[in-house]
Design a protein around this ligand. Structure first.
Ligand SMILES: Cc1cc2nc3c(=O)[nH]c(=O)nc-3n(C[C@H](O)[C@H](O)[C@H](O)COP(=O)(O)OP(=O)(O)OC[C@H]3O[C@@H](n4cnc5c(N)ncnc54)[C@H](O)[C@@H]3O)c2cc1C
Length: 375
């Protein structure tokens, strides 16, 4: 695999880096809030850097996946990784599914506003009895003539309290067989019948929510991919969720590794040797995560299937980051580092082996589809 950038790719990186330095860095606080990140998204959107890889006929930049990786890495370098961008649910999860399964009317209605980050989206998939077993969703879509009515509940819905629109997987039929009884729908969050209840996390923030739907209106034209065919649309968003923003994670974690190494360097006690060995192993894992992200990018750029590699990388980055935060927290305690920062990051890293598919689910996928193990 040749990891060198072409002159065009290198030129794009330089252009993006200087655009970010001029337009984003000067106004970005060290710890950006949701509003700061949304303001950054809107500037990126206005400059055409969101949806840069979408086909040009849908208002995108028409560029290949390597350009998305460069954007991802450069955004992370200045503190606005895609994995925390308010636009990610719309631009990185929903848009690939709309482009693959949506009608031209849906693309025309939603892609331009999503690209400009004028719509903030949330993802209404999980329910109390449907997380890993997503096909078990019970929220119900009822036919009401010229529209549908949605009733039920969702849980763990990130940024729902900030969102104008939601994409959701819901039950479209009580009788049809499993996987053929689901609809993928889009609906306006700011309408009667939608109740949002925040869930506070151990970190103290309330980034995700419970949602309750009481006869919420869903337009017929906002069912994506066929009334009972929502499963395939949801699978496209899940695939996209495991593939986007991988290099920005690598970049952020590599910086945390450097910060831990700096604390270790100041320390003269007996734990130093153990920490150095662990730092070495973590550095090797991070290099593997970076290379596997490059592999996914180059397969996608060549138009080849990425197979289950996104699951391998997801499992790898989430478990590695948890080990990294175990070490960061331990070293900070021993050396008088910034405990607020390391404890918060340690807590946040616990969620990484749950969202976007738990580690056990990724292991099942790898075991069954890559290694050919029996179910
Ligand atoms: C920070 C965060 C943000 C999130 N944001 C969103 C969001 O915006 N929108 C949204 O829809 N959801 C969101 N989620 C929810 C997330 O998708 C689910 O938590 C996840 O799918 C797991 O589902 P569950 O919590 O119901 O656990 P369960 O599916 O009940 O799993 C419980 C345990 O059983 C294991 N398990 C389950 N099935 C199997 C199996 N077949 N084989 C082996 N082990 C198994 C799991 O790995 C886990 O350890 C978020 C979660 C977190 C933590």
């Amino acid at each position: 695999m040749n990891l060198d950038e072409t002159p065009e790719e290198a030129g794009f990186r330089t252009t993006v880096r200087s655009w970010l330095a001029d337009n984003i860095t000067p106004n970005l606080p060290t710890e950006p809030s949701f509003a700061d990140r949304l303001a950054a998204d809107r500037k990126l959107g206005a400059a055409g850097y969101i949806g840069y890889t979408w086909p040009a006929e849908f208002g995108g930049g028409g560029a290949g996946p390597v350009y998305a990786s460069i954007l991802d890495e450069e955004c992370a370098r200045v503190g606005i990784p895609r994995s925390l961008a308010p636009s990610r649910f719309g631009a990185d999860l929903l848009a690939p599914a709309l482009i693959a399964h949506g009608s031209l009317e849906q693309l025309a209605e939603f892609l331009p506003r999503t690209r400009r980050a004028d719509i903030v989206w949330c993802q209404g998939f999980s329910e109390p009895e449907a997380g890993s077993d997503l096909a078990n969703v019970q929220s119900r879509l009822d036919d009401a003539g010229d529209h549908f009515r949605l009733s039920g509940a969702k849980i763990w819905t990130t940024q729902a309290h900030e969102a104008q629109w939601c994409f959701a997987l819901v039950r479209s039929s009580r009788d049809a067989p499993r996987h053929h009884n689901l609809a993928f729908v889009l609906f306006d969050m700011q309408q009667p019948g939608v109740t949002i209840r925040p869930l506070r996390r151990l970190t103290g923030d309330a980034e995700f929510n419970e949602l309750f739907f009481d006869q919420v209106r869903v337009e017929r034209r906002h069912v994506v991919g066929g009334l009972h065919d929502g499963w395939k649309v949801a699978m496209t968003t899940m695939g996209a969720e495991r593939s986007y923003g991988q290099l920005s994670r690598y970049r952020a974690y590599a910086e945390q590794l450097t910060a831990i190494a700096a604390m270790v360097r100041q320390y003269r006690g007996e734990r130093r040797r153990v920490w150095e060995v662990e730092l070495g192993m973590l550095a090797a894992d991070l290099t593997g995560i970076r290379d596997s992200s490059y592999k996914i990018t180059s397969l996608a750029a060549a138009g080849e299937s990425v197979g289950v590699l996104p699951s391998v990388t997801k499992l790898w980055w989430s478990t590695t980051h948890q080990r990294l935060m175990d070490l960061g927290h331990e070293v900070a305690v021993e050396t008088g580092g910034d405990l607020d920062f390391w404890l918060t990051e340690w807590l946040r890293s616990r969620a990484e082996s749950i969202y976007a598919g738990t580690s056990q689910v990724q292991r099942n996928i790898i075991g069954e589809r890559m290694l050919g193990l029996p179910r």
